[in-house]
Design a protein around this ligand. Structure first.
Ligand code: AKG
Length: 301
């Protein structure tokens, strides 16, 4: 059983202070200093996370009023985790979350009146490519494509994430390269390299939860149930992603994302082709998902 009492928090604080996470820094690079050649050699080819600054320009901060004016009437799926889910061990969850269809403007009301925070409701991964909001959030992402040489993984374009401060999107990895761009507010992103996967205890296939998600809570670790988690935590990389910044998350890197501040955040992510394709061998678990998705879309070459 997961222990949620105060004693364990104190032990964790002491543990985290003594670990090596402070020395594992993710570099920041200005968009002006990037060329496709540099990005490919320093970051994409070796599969190294990097924070890109200055790409989003005046589009950040993206205000809720702009979102409501441009796409308020769009109906989208909203993740509803419920007030109690994060008080229970993830191993007791029956499914990842409930999904509700809402108009974006109605979700924004819930963000402003505190209900979204109380009920852990998150507007996540909502495609905005064919909407009027693209004209605001798209140019920064297009600039990133131009300066990094990253190539969009069709058919996805720009995905909107909006949520209350304090929300934590649980630790998981993706089967593609990704960027997360902070259009309003800031986020804390905890990163773990793909080689640490077994120490992060992914859910088993057929457990009801996706095998791309990790079972333990990394900030309330239960070392009795998950003893090897210590190894992963010793290499945790914490990033504060500020408004206007973009984090490159290579294929297979585990990431947990916490919304900071005291009201709401807005972010946009984009998935990119993995290049060179042999990189899937460096992240075998994510590579398996990559190959599976290619087979399913019948585009494997
Ligand atoms: O921002 C978040 O809450 C999660 C983002 C994410 O998982 C991603 O960009 O891959």
């Amino acid at each position: 059983m997961q222990n949620f009492d105060g004693r364990i928090d104190i032990q964790i604080d002491t543990f985290l202070k003594n670990d090596q996470s402070a020395s594992l820094e993710v570099p920041r690079v200005s968009i002006d200093d990037l060329t496709p050649k540099r990005f490919h050699h320093e970051f994409q080819r070796p599969g190294k996370p990097v924070i890109i600054t200055g790409a989003l320009g005046k589009a950040a901060p993206l205000q809720i009023e702009t979102v409501v004016a441009l796409v308020g009437d769009h109906e989208v799926p909203v993740r509803n985790y419920g007030a109690l889910r994060f008080t229970r061990p993830k191993t007791e969850w029956k499914k990842y979350c409930e999904m509700q269809i809402r108009k974006i403007k109605d979700y924004c009301d819930l963000l402003l009146n505190g209900v979204a925070k109380q009920e852990h409701m998150y507007l996540a991964l909502v495609e905005m490519g064919n909407t009027p909001l693209r004209s605001v959030i798209g140019p920064g992402i297009d600039l990133i494509a131009e300066r990094t040489g990253l190539q969009k993984e069709e058919p996805n374009d720009v995905n909107l994430w909006m949520g209350p401060s304090g929300h934590i999107e649980p630790l998981h990895f993706d089967g593609l390269d990704g960027t997360l761009s902070q259009f309003r507010g800031s986020k804390k992103v905890s990163l773990f390299r793909p080689g640490l996967s077994s120490s992060l205890y992914p859910f088993k296939i057929n457990s009801g939860l996706p095998p791309t998600f990790s079972q333990p809570y990394i900030d309330k670790p239960d070392f009795k149930t998950f003893p090897n988690l210590r190894k992963a935590l010793a290499e945790r990389q914490n990033v504060i992603l500020n408004e206007g910044e973009t984090l490159y998350i290579p294929l297979g890197w585990w990431h947990e994302v916490e919304a900071l501040g005291d009201d709401y955040i807005a972010s946009v992510n984009r998935f990119w082709k993995v290049a060179p394709v042999w990189r899937i061998a460096l992240a075998p678990r994510a590579g398996a998902f990559y190959i599976l998705s290619k087979l399913m879309s019948k585009t494997i070459k």
